[in-house]
Design a protein around this ligand. Structure first.
Ligand code: HEC
Length: 145
């Protein structure tokens, strides 16, 4: 079962629109990072943690630099195709959402190294994943507020 962008997608569209309208110069807010953050918190954080400190055993903690020695090419390939406990994301989310999520992952790594780790609020909507991703039919649940 693939997670459905549904309401999260709509929320993100209005968020991006909001940024474009409120701060057209975007001096302080990078719209790609902002999109990446939303994607990460909605679809990835259930395993990789809201602050980049993983909940799921064997999922890397990006805020601690795990896997960050790999190239963008390698990491994107894993994101698109899936890797061991991680589902494949290709065709489930738009590709530019995946590259934006990777940009945000790099940002969390940098922030951690610079001694100012990210501290995100848990969003109203996110996907929760089972702790046994090897199960025959892992369940993907949407948690409404
Ligand atoms: C169901 C849990 C789960 C979800 C959801 C999930 N991941 Fe992962 N992810 C993992 C696990 C487990 C690994 C480690 C895989 C391995 O190398 O054994 C991983 C590894 C990765 C890696 C490192 C890949 C590598 O080549 O070393 C990246 C980057 C990544 N995930 C990004 C994402 C992004 C982006 C999302 C959201 C779009 C996401 N993950 C969602 C479980 C998850």
């Amino acid at each position: 079962m693939a997670p459905k962008p549904g309401r999260a997608g709509a929320t993100m569209a209005s968020l991006c629109l909001g940024i474009a309208l409120v701060s057209p110069s975007a001096a302080t807010v990078d719209p790609i990072l902002e999109r990446g953050r939303t994607v990460f918190l909605t679809y990835c954080a259930g395993c990789h943690g809201f602050d980049g400190l993983a909940f799921l055993p064997f999922a890397p903690s990006f805020a601690m630099g795990e896997r960050m020695y790999k190239s963008d090419y390698e990491l994107l390939r894993s994101i698109r195709r899936g890797r061991n406990g991680m589902p494949s994301w290709e065709g489930k989310l738009p590709d530019d959402w995946l590259t934006a999520a990777l940009a945000y992952i790099r940002f969390m790594d940098r922030a951690g190294r610079e001694g100012a780790p990210v501290a995100n609020q848990v969003p109203a909507y996110f996907f929760l994943f089972p702790t046994n991703p090897g199960a025959a039919r892992p369940a993907y649940l949407v948690i409404p507020d």
